[in-house]
Design a protein around this ligand. Structure first.
Ligand SMILES: *Cc1c(COP(=O)(O)O)cnc(C)c1O
Length: 368
């Protein structure tokens, strides 16, 4: 018995807080819910339906499969495909399924334009401007190329124009500010050239929380719905998601026994442990590798790890509302936790705090 549990109350709370924060006076900033990556791990379809029940009517996804899967499962709301594909077969399928396309290059636009002519259907698109991320998008500093490309998109209707921030989460806002200015400048030039830009959007979760003056017509919210943000949590978002598992074995180890791979942990006294059938293959203690390209990142990493050591931060799970420390290394499918002196039985259930995004998509999701 293993499942990712999503507390509906907490998720509802987060959605409500975000809505209130984005639209304090009903000022009509559209909230686009980004549900890429299996809905940040919450389960694409279940999560989409939950969001709809809570008033969300606009989604964004990053892959062809996610867009089509949503439609196949009866999701009728607006869906923006965030990736700019130039694959004619994919584009055709997306258009047939009424997905709003992102067009980030002349080539992608020409493909969409051709397919749209063949299907005799006008296609809704959002233009993507690269203001310094270095991924999809027309370069902000070559507006004449954008204008010339758009002239060829006779069958495409621009219903939105957007860009994406690369460091909105950082304390230093200089680059984000620069990206915003670059974006607004391009938008200005497009308008001067009588090009309809449609709805404008640039903020992800971090930017939406930090820079209210940049909300424009819409914000794209992903991680904030899960309460997993790295900017200050000033609106009281709650962390969503924990892994639930039963206990497979309980035993006592005398002082001096080893626990786990690498013999990195030895018991210092008589220790009672519980073995849980979860490990990093389920997403336990999986972290994204730190960037180590720049010297400053290496130094930051060392400082962070050293701080953690002194503050005695450890990984824990909860059993019967009691915190139990994880002992030894996390294995692929198992962990051992310290239950010394605690009234814990084989029939009890353990809760492991976890970021849902890392939880294997074949593990059941339970909306509790
Ligand atoms: C993932 C993504 C988002 C959402 O980012 P969060 O920080 O999770 O809110 C917004 N826009 C684009 C283009 C994305 O790829």
């Amino acid at each position: 018995m293993k499942a990712l549990v999503i507390e509906k109350n907490d998720l509802r709370h987060n959605i409500k807080r975000i809505k209130e924060f984005i639209n304090p006076n009903n000022n009509n900033v559209k909230i686009i819910a980004v549900i890429k990556g299996n809905g940040y791990g919450l389960g694409l379809i279940e999560y989409a339906k939950f969001l709809i029940d809570n008033g969300i009517d606009f989604f964004a996804v990053a892959s062809f499969d996610e867009a089509i899967t949503l439609r196949k499962n009866g999701i009728k709301e607006q869906i923006l495909m965030l990736s700019s594909t130039a694959d004619p077969k994919e584009v055709e399928e997306l258009i047939k399924n009424d997905i709003i396309l992102t067009i980030g290059s002349k080539e992608a636009g020409i493909v969409a334009n051709e397919v749209s002519k063949q299907l005799q259907r006008q296609v809704q698109i959002h233009l993507k401007i690269d203001t310094g991320f270095g991924r999809y998008g027309f370069m902000y500093d070559k507006p004449e190329e954008i204008i010339n490309a758009i002239k060829q998109f006779t069958n495409l209707k621009i219903v939105g124009t957007y860009s994406h921030y690369s460091v909105a989460f950082a304390k230093n806002a200089n680059f984000t500010k620069k990206q915003f200015e670059r974006f607004m400048e391009v938008v200005g030039i497009l308008k001067q050239n009588q090009i309809e830009t449609g709805m404008l959007h640039i903020c992800n979760s971090s930017a939406a929380l930090k820079f209210t003056s940049q909300h424009l017509d819409a914000v794209r919210i992903g991680s904030a719905f899960l309460g997993r943000i790295i900017v200050p949590n000033k609106i009281g978002l709650r962390k969503i998601g924990y892994l639930k598992t039963n206990i497979y074995e309980i035993k006592e180890l005398e002082k001096g026994n080893n626990i786990g791979y690498s013999n990195s942990f030895k018991t210092k006294k008589l220790t009672k442990i519980a073995i849980l059938p979860c490990g990093y293959s389920d997403g336990v203690n999986v972290k994204v590798d730190k960037d180590m390209f720049r010297l400053i990142d290496k130094i930051r990493y060392i400082v962070h790890e050293t701080k953690g050591l002194f503050q005695n931060q450890y990984l824990y799970v909860k059993i019967n509302e009691k915190k139990c420390k994880i002992l030894g290394r996390v294995g692929m499918c198992h962990i051992a936790v310290d239950i010394t002196g605690k009234d814990i039985k084989l029939t009890d259930v353990a809760q492991i705090p976890i970021n849902p995004i890392y939880v294997n998509s074949n593990i059941e999701r339970i909306y509790n």
